[in-house]
Write a new protein. Sequence first.
Length: 260
Amino acid sequence: METRDFSFSELLPALRKLVNGRPCQKKRPGREPAPMVSVIIPAHNEEGYLERTLQTLQRQRYKNFETIVIANGCEDRTAEEARGRCDRLLVLSQKSLGIARNLGARMAKGELLVFLDADTLLGPSALRRIAQRFTRSHSAGTVRGVPAENRFAYKLIYALKNFVHRSSLHAGSSGVILCWKKHFEAVGGFDEGLEARENSELIKRLKRFGSYVYVNDVDATTSMRRYERRGAGRTVWLWIKLWARSLVSDIHQRPYETVR
């Protein structure tokens, strides 16, 4: 049997392991630890979509995250669909997107918040890539939007939306909003009096803490129910009118049609 003499410097790591109960690991310079992510899903009458959305989260390769569902003002089985498929379920009698999101953020344990629409699906690598791409220099962001229906009109609309977000011509969102919890709390969260353009308004306030980022290698596949109900042209025209009105007047309490 081969024997070998060890110097003190060679034995030091092993001694530290015995004393501390764990091996000594060198810190990688310039590398931030992976953040805990809180995925917050407001859900109003979403029994037809929520199960698939939660299933995509259960298949995530990134494991340091939690899922919070806020069923608000539901008259269907939304809460039952969420029960057992998320880490925390909150049930509100009142329908309010802003209140639901703000409550979810208050309950969140993660430092990185991902606000996810209940009809939006994420691929298995989505949270891992978001945790890598959304850095401390960023304060708000979104990902690449993909229409769930393969129609030319929908693909054209989303190509334009993605271009506008990628080029920062407009800091908006496509089914997903990213931000740090400390920044979200500092600006007071979502404006609960807004039913339209509340995402853009939040992002505008968040940008005082850093830059807006479009994460182009994460897809968020969103249902086209609003386009199918109202028509693609009418939906786009509604957005344009809301954008123009927000520039010249107060759109608080301006109702936004719920499509289910």
